[in-house]
Design a protein around this ligand. Structure first.
Ligand code: NAP
Length: 438
């Protein structure tokens, strides 16, 4: 019987995710060997502080602060340090030494993924990063492998658990943004500095990765239009609810092929209204989900935990076993194909439906004047509802108008809203929000 090969595994980082990866590598060594066809030997764990307390008990002799030496003597390198440097240099060293790399570092991939993919291609090694988008949810491999015989047309993702938790709290309790954020921080769903989550930067990094794999083109963070959730008010949520919608922060990557010269991919992150019956509307709390539309497969949805040490470790180990199998078979296989050179389009070129809330004077002819402006700008109205608010003497206090449009371009919508604002019968524009799934 042939001897089972041993592959040396270097782990960089032993925090939330790294500690769980180390635990599984040690505890499940036999099962992992059976599945990958090789013994996966954890040769060392690089950290900043060797004696820092860890979430799990691990052999003291595995720890080192010398990440460079560890990486140079490994067949497989798992990078779970986070940040740009030294993670980037260590990954490049690993690749140049012929090691396959597994990482969960979305910030690095969104900033400098193309360099890393190119270096991995040149060296003929595998670079995998399932954990970088939506934690435990197997989403990148299905896009890259299972759907490689199809054409993806659109990806809609709830890929940031913190913002989904906050918006869900606002929707269920009527809380204002600041109170929902404080609750998320109290429960540990949001960090002390929540900027990367609430401003949409974390979701934007994941949008760039999803777009690149879905449309076989290299996109970076600079290609992603990004708007966070800090301006979403309790009033927006209530108005959306009243009209049958829920507000979600979506990462969207979609093919735009019929807007004049604008052939390309729109990659964007912004608060979005979804009909309450849309599958993504049912994604509650800190959960993540990715909804894919493909020409032949139709609609698909992937749902699960988007973060957390153990769930994310599951995605890391999946990548590791897959890389080990390929090493055993004698080749890395193709990790990712960049066959297209489709441009990323500016936000002005994308089209969606819109929800517009208006506080208007209760006068005869108001509706006609507003609809005329929409028609003049080529924005067609799908739903228009008026609610009259009266005081205790039944005297009209204000009138509220809720409009949902058919798909229109950002530019046409912006011009329409500007023109509407100029009407003397408009007290204020209370909301302008994008709508998907209608
Ligand atoms: P973490 O808890 O902050 O752990 C980071 C680890 O890296 C620590 O063990 C730290 O060492 C080590 N480290 C940092 N800088 C280092 C350096 N310069 N040299 C040596 N070691 C260094 O991070 P995490 O939450 O596990 O996340 C790791 C990666 O996974 C990140 O890229 C993150 O974006 C990604 N990810 C995380 C989650 C999640 O739920 N946490 C989900 C998906 C993806 P010390 O312990 O000695 O300080």
């Amino acid at each position: 019987m042939s001897e089972v090969r041993t592959l040396k595994v270097a782990l960089l980082g032993c925090g939330n995710v790294g500690a769980q990866v180390a635990r599984i590598l040690i505890d499940d060594a036999e099962a992992l060997a059976a599945r990958s066809g090789a013994r996966l030997e954890l040769t060392g764990i690089a950290v900043r502080t060797v004696d820092a307390p860890r979430d799990v008990e691990l052999p003291r002799e595995l720890f080192t602060t010398d990440a460079d030496t560890l990486v140079k003597d490994a067949d497989l390198v798992i990078e779970l340090m986070g940040g740009i440097e030294p993670a980037r240099s260590l990954i490049l060293t690993a690749i140049q030494n012929g090691a396959c790399v597994v990482t969960g570092n979305k910030a690095l991939l969104a900033q400098d993924g193309p360099t890393l993919y190119e270096e991995a291609d040149k060296a003929g090694v595998q670079l995998s990063y399932e954990a970088a988008v939506a934690g435990a949810i197997p989403i990148l491999r299905p896009i890259r492998d299972s759907l490689s015989g199809d054409r993806i047309t659109r990806v809609l993702g709830i890929v940031n658990g913190t913002t989904n938790f906050i918006l869900d709290q606002m929707d269920t309790t009527g809380a204002q943004f600041a109170d929902a954020l404080a609750e998320a921080q109290r429960l540990g769903y949001a960090e002390a500095d929540p900027t990367a989550d609430i401003e949409g930067h974390d979701a934007a990094a994941k949008a760039a990765i999803l777009a690149a794999l879905s449309f076989h083109t290299r996109f970076s963070l600079d290609d992603v239009y990004c708007e966070g959730i800090t301006k979403v008010s309790a009033e927006d949520i209530a108005a959306a609810k009243d009209a049958g919608f829920v507000i979600k922060l979506l990462a969207i990557a979609e093919k735009i092929s019929s807007a004049g010269d604008a052939n390309g991919i729109s990659v964007r992150v912004h608060p979005t209204l979804l009909p309450r019956e849309h599958p993504l509307a049912a994604v509650r709390g800190a959960f993540n989900a990715v909804f894919i539309e493909a020409e032949n497969a139709g609609e698909l949805m992937f749902y699960g935990q988007g973060a957390g040490g153990t769930p994310t470790a599951s995605a890391v180990l999946g990548d590791l076993v897959s890389a080990a199998r390929r090493l055993v078979l004698g080749g890395p296989g193709r990790t990712e194909t960049t066959t297209g050179h489709v441009p990323a389009l500016p936000i002005d070129a994308s089209t969606t439906s819109y929800y517009i809330g208006l506080d208007v004077a209760d006068q005869a002819g108001v509706l006609a004047r507003i609809t005329q402006i929409f028609a003049e700008h080529g924005v067609s109205i799908e739903i228009m509802r008026q609610t009259i608010h009266r005081d205790t003497n039944s005297k009209v206090e204000s009138a509220e108008l809720k409009i949902v449009t058919h798909r229109a371009s950002e530019a046409a919508l912006a011009a329409t809203v500007e023109a509407v604002k100029g009407l003397d019968v408009i007290n204020s524009v209370t909301s302008v929000l994008r709508v998907e799934g209608v």
